[in-house]
Design a protein around this ligand. Structure first.
Ligand SMILES: *Cc1c(COP(=O)(O)O)cnc(C)c1O
Length: 426
């Protein structure tokens, strides 16, 4: 059996960990089958407990943009570990990474470190509410901003303009303050502003969506959000947990040339260690405690090991002026060549791509919002997933996720990947 040890480990894990995993998507529920248990990773490759190697297109869901276990990040971490793991007191290193980010990212004066993207987004909307003195927020269907209560909301039924909880445990009281609109549908946003005058604190959006597959903003969607926020005294929050330091060093703000009032980070910013952050202009960030009254805190925030891994990762990216061009080129090649192979097989599909993010949707010609993604043939994706997995290609285990291309993926890996797609039988 291919995945013998993983199967045994999953069975054992299932007894002690809810569902056998510490984050749901890892359980392969969407694609079916047994999740692979990994034991090591290096460069473009993951090695599972059955000693099989995989070309990794998840890269820890984004953080491993340099590929896994980069030797210089590893060295920096070892040196830092010698000095201590955590002090619960300020360190010079925290200022160093904050300054480095503020100087190299557009439109950001101050940054607060946290330990996950969830924390970053949760704190950013609290800050937006504290700053504006308003309670309601707008989010888009299919966008993910972590698992805090305000975001676990789905479109309300019938005439309701507010959302309803999409997880037990989220209260109706919380849900009524989250307004839902369809991604790329600016008219719905206009309607929400009309229906809730002077009540909307912020819009939070993934500037390139990656949590319903890769979806691109269309028809000046982000520019229009910018404008309507300005007209109504609301803040625009770019959730760049996925796109930050990935689309460009300055994330989507730089790549798409739209300014946000607050930006959240995660994933790449920690280089594989648990880090999130949120940032913005002085006038807004000064509202945060201890300088201001909007409370936010974290025992391990700015942890020295995490800061060191993050800073080294960002420096390695920054020192190569061609870094993002090369990543985009790799992704473009995958897009074109996989597209060609699927066309030759007569498989109707749509590939969305931006920078080093891409997704394939089957049996649709357009994928620009959550509804259209839902209409794609997820069954065919699941079939593809398992066939290429057997050939050593590790795609995200769900048709609702983006692929994350790392700089460790070169011609050898591309060739192996295309070979696996050529062998795809449906
Ligand atoms: C991953 C992600 C989050 C949540 O980050 P966690 O570190 O998993 O809490 C939030 N927003 C976006 C856009 C993400 O991709």
């Amino acid at each position: 059996m291919l995945y013998q040890r993983s199967s045994a480990l999953f069975e054992e894990a299932y007894k002690y960990i809810p569902g056998g995993v510490n984050s749901p998507v890892r359980a392969f529920k969407s694609v079916g089958g047994v999740p692979l248990f990994m034991k090591s990773a290096k460069g473009a490759y993951l090695t599972d407990e059955d000693d099989r190697n995989y070309i990794d297109y998840i890269n820890s869901w984004g953080p491993a943009i340099l590929g896994h276990t980069h030797p210089e990040v590893l060295e920096a971490l070892k040196l830092q570990a010698e000095k201590g793991f955590s002090f619960g007191a300020p360190t010079e290193l925290e200022t160093e990474i904050a300054k480095y980010i503020v100087e190299n990212v557009p439109n950001v004066d101050q940054i607060r470190m946290v330990s996950s993207g969830t924390e970053a987004c949760m704190s950013a909307i609290r800050l937006a509410r504290g700053f504006t003195g308003r309670e309601k927020i707008i989010k888009f269907e299919g966008c993910y901003h972590g698992h805090s209560d305000s975001f676990l909301i789905q479109a309300g039924s019938g005439m309701a303009t507010f959302g309803s909880p999409n997880s037990p445990g989220v209260t109706q009281g919380t849900a009524k303050d989250t307004l839902l609109a369809e991604y790329n549908n600016f008219e719905q946003v206009e309607d929400l502003f009309k229906a809730n005058p002077e009540q909307i604190a912020c819009i939070i959006v993934e500037p390139i969506a990656g949590n319903m597959g890769c979806i691109l903003p269309e028809n000046n969607f982000l520019q229009n959000l910018r404008k309507i926020c300005d007209e109504n005294g609301a803040l625009l929050i770019f959730d760049e947990v996925m796109t930050g330091f990935r689309l460009a060093f300055g994330g989507a703000q730089e790549a798409l040339n739209v300014k946000a009032d607050l930006v959240t980070y995660g994933k790449v910013i920690g280089g594989g260690l648990p880090v999130g952050a949120f940032a913005g202009r002085n006038e807004i960030m000064n509202y945060l405690s201890p300088r201001g009254n909007v409370y936010q805190a974290g025992t391990l925030s700015g942890n020295p090991l995490a800061m060191r891994a993050g800073l080294k990762t960002l420096q390695l990216i920054k020192q190569d002026p061609e870094f993002y061009n090369k990543l985009a080129k790799t992704t473009e090649t995958l897009d074109f060549e996989i597209g060609k192979i699927l066309n030759e097989k007569g498989i109707k599909h749509r590939i969305n791509r931006k920078g080093s993010m891409m997704s394939i949707f089957f049996d649709v010609t357009s994928a620009s919002n959550f509804n259209e993604v839902n209409n794609s043939n997820i069954g065919l994706f699941n079939n593809l997933f398992h066939q290429v997995l057997k050939q050593g290609i590790y795609l995200p285990p769900s048709g609702y996720e983006t692929w994350f291309i790392s700089s460790a993926i070169g011609d050898t890996e591309i060739d192996k990947t295309l070979e696996a797609f050529r062998n795809f039988q449906y």
